[in-house]
Design a protein around this ligand. Structure first.
Ligand code: ADP
Ligand code: MG
Length: 696
């Protein structure tokens, strides 16, 4: 028998209808037509689609599939699927297994129960899904999964994939204009590439079930930090416990079968927190894969008696979970446009792409901030945790010195002597390890890519990637418009790069992002500090954002307003669920438990008094419990009353939740957590942090 490392090349992608399989199973003409469709967007004719559908069906049936589904990404953070079997009755009680090109290309799920943010009221109730031939179909749970986009009948995007594909198109088009200026006549396509690192927590399933908050909201609403948290810093990269190792192995196997190149796994900072990172791919595939990763993490956990928590902050007081979105631009000729080159001309090109990125991030800080704003992520960004809510770029010492030298006209190494001549001088080697030391930066240059570190662990990565692609497209377009008209390319390029870095230098920050002085410094620089979702989301459909996306053909104005509304509604719903869960647990679990403890304690006190041996422990505890019980009662009453006052308008509600309900919830928690520390553990109604965090 082969061991697993020998099997890996066979296992990898074995449940994916990938290029190799297509080449094997399609006629040459159909394979070439599909290939052309993915590279130039040439539509497939029905005959080809029929042939592909037929081949897909036979292949999927060999893998055990009885159904197929158009798999799509509605405007939630999860995917949607509706399964149809291949069954086609042919009379006489018999069936055929059928799947046509038409069924492959188009589906018509009822759109009415997916969030549309108002698009549905104005347009058609029904939506349709359309096959995305640039992402491979696969078999999972006995179904053939066909990645699709999801649109309303009037063509408005109802999903996260459509705008992502549009943004990839936009950035490709503008990048090519720039490449042509540098004499590149070969590159036909530039692809946004992405490698998302996924953090998660595991918790024992039996314990999880005893916590209504975890079940309802994905995070704990009550609980004190355990006596031992992450102080010893022994969990990060620590040895992986056997039960977790078995989970990770199983997860890797499932992901490999589905063609997800899971590469790295390790323990994270907090107890029972872990991370998985795949090898990067094109942004479209990376988004699909990350959805599969999140899905698989939960499924596989169940088999191992765990629950996988993808919430940004399952536990107060220990690190939360994020997702690092590594992003770069690659050409179809195999070049990375964010990699400093080794010749003066390559350097000049690199510096122009870098300038575009720096300018874009500075100009569209609020737009980027909105893509990572959610109720869950509010516990990380702008709270005591990394990264801060202020967007800045970390370039590393070497590259920052280069930028300075360009701005000041001085030599980057030895000060005043001579300035770096763009297009003439060679850049110093930018070594990767010196660039990646600053872990506090929300947007770090790491040698040949940017790492956007503000994403929440549970969110779809499409929004941030759509923003990065579009911002880059916009800036490159502006540069290309100027430079294409230039009579003296070298000189104008020089001026443009220098001007851009000078005007947008404020966004570059190499210091410690957690330091309080940074907040004041950022304010002085005029950088946005949108601390919470309630602060950020009003910028989502600002004129500046709308102009950006509309101009680049990524969103229509209606699509943006719709999305902004959905984000506000989702925020409201999440806080409302948390508040209701909190009330439920306080009233039906915590207070009754505390009351029975207090009752038993008072009987004990009476007995001890009669015996003449009551101590301060009994009497003081009893008093403290009484005071806290009064407080928690008042606090729950206030929370409950305020919940009745939530305005109907989602935007007003968002503000109300943020300004009133969240502080109310903090009060309830404060008394409950104080009680947890006093009450006999036999009475406490659910497992505490020490149980949950050390349950692996
Ligand atoms: P770390 O950030 O933990 O030091 P790496 O920087 O090696 O690890 O990689 C993190 C992620 O970035 C991985 O998913 C990797 O595939 C991805 N990555 C590496 N190069 C690129 C690139 N050029 N573009 C996008 N993602 C990349
Ligand atoms: Mg990283």
């Amino acid at each position: 028998m082969k061991n697993s490392s020998e099997c890996l090349p066979e296992i990898f992608g074995s449940y994916v209808f990938n290029e190799e399989t297509m080449k094997e199973r399609l006629s040459e003409a159909s394979f070439n037509a599909w290939k052309k469709c993915t590279t130039d967007g040439t539509p497939l004719n029905l005959d080809t689609a029929n042939e592909i559908a037929q081949a897909m069906k036979l292949w999927a049936m060999e893998k055990g599939a009885t159904h197929y589904t158009h798999w799509f990404q509605p405007m939630t953070d999860v995917t949607a699927e509706k399964h149809d079997s291949f069954i086609h009755p042919i009379g006489g009680g018999s069936i055929d297994m059928e799947f046509s090109g038409k069924e492959l290309i188009k589906g018509e799920p009822d759109a009415s129960s997916f969030p549309s943010g108002g698009l549905r009221a104005t347009f058609e109730a029904r939506g349709y899904t359309a096959w995305d031939p640039t992402s491979f179909a696969f078999v999972k749970d006995n179904s053939l999964y066909i990645p699709t986009i999801f649109l309303s009948y009037s063509g408005q995007a109802l999903d996260k994939k459509t705008p992502l594909l549009r943004s990839m198109e936009a950035v490709s088009k503008q990048s090519i204009r720039i490449l042509r200026l540098f004499g590149d006549t070969e590159t036909k396509k530039v692809t946004a590439q992405c490698g998302p690192e996924q953090e998660y927590f595991l918790v024992d399933k039996e314990l999880y079930k005893q916590r209504e908050d975890l079940c309802m909201t994905g995070r704990t609403l009550f609980g004190n930090k355990p006596p031992r948290g992450q102080e010893l810093e022994d969990h990060y990269f620590g040895q992986i416990k056997p039960r977790v190792a078995a989970y990770m192995e199983d997860l890797d196997n499932e992901l490999w079968k589905l063609g997800v190149p899971s590469k790295t796994k390790h323990n994270e900072v907090a107890p029972s927190q872990h991370e998985m990172a795949p090898v990067f791919s094109d942004a479209n595939t990376a988004c699909d894969s990350n959805q599969l990763v999140m899905d698989m993490m939960k499924k596989v956990a169940d088999r191992h008696g765990f629950v996988c928590l993808l919430h940004e902050k399952p536990y107060a007081g220990v690190n939360g979970s994020g997702k690092h979105d590594n992003w770069s631009l690659g050409t179809d000729t195999g070049k990375n446009l964010l990699k400093p080159g080794s010749t003066p001309s390559q350097n000049a090109q690199f510096l122009l792409f870098l300038a575009a990125f720096v300018k874009g991030v500075d100009e569209y800080q609020e737009t980027l901030r909105c893509t990572v704003a959610s109720a869950g992520n509010d516990h990380r960004l702008g709270a005591q945790e990394a990264p801060p809510a202020i967007i800045s770029i970390f370039l590393g010492d070497e590259l920052e010195a280069v930028v300075e030298s360009i701005i000041k006209g001085t030599h980057y190494k030895d000060g005043a002597k001579k300035s770096l001549r763009i297009g003439v001088d060679v850049l110093p080697t930018i070594s990767q390890d010196t660039t990646d030391r600053n872990r506090t930066s929300p947007m770090a240059f790491t040698g040949n890519k940017f790492e956007f570190r503000m994403l929440g662990s549970s969110q779809s990565i499409s929004g941030p990637n759509i923003a990065l692609n579009t911002i880059m497209a916009e800036e490159l377009r502006e540069f290309a418009d100027k430079l294409e008209k230039s009579k003296n390319f070298g000189k104008d390029l020089d001026t443009l790069i220098k001007k851009t870095f000078t005007e947008h230098q404020r966004i570059i920050f190499n210091g410690n992002g957690y330091d309080e002085s940074w907040v004041a410094e950022a304010e002085k620089r005029g950088l946005a500090n949108l601390i919470s979702t309630a602060d950020a989301l009003p910028h989502y459909a600002s004129k500046k954002s709308v102009d950006l996306y509309v101009k680049n053909g990524v969103y229509t104005k209606q699509e943006m307003t719709a999305r902004a509304n959905i984000h506000a509604e989702v925020y409201d719903a999440r806080i409302a669920i948390e508040a209701r869960t909190m009330l439920d647990m306080a009233r039906r679990e915590i207070m009754p438990a505390v009351s029975s403890y207090a009752g038993d304690l008072s009987v004990r006190i009476a007995n001890l008094k009669a015996a003449g041996c009551v101590t301060a422990y009994e009497t003081d505890t009893s008093k403290e419990v009484a005071v806290l019980t009064d407080t928690i009662m008042k606090d729950t009453q206030k929370l409950s009353k305020d919940m009745e006052k939530v305005p109907a308008d989602p935007w007003k509600a968002m503000k109300f939740y943020h300004d009133t309900v969240i502080p109310d919830m903090a009060k309830v928690r404060e008394s409950a957590d104080a009680l947890e520390l006093l009450v006999d553990k036999k009475y406490w109604p659910f497992p505490v942090y020490a149980d949950l965090l050390f349950s692996e």
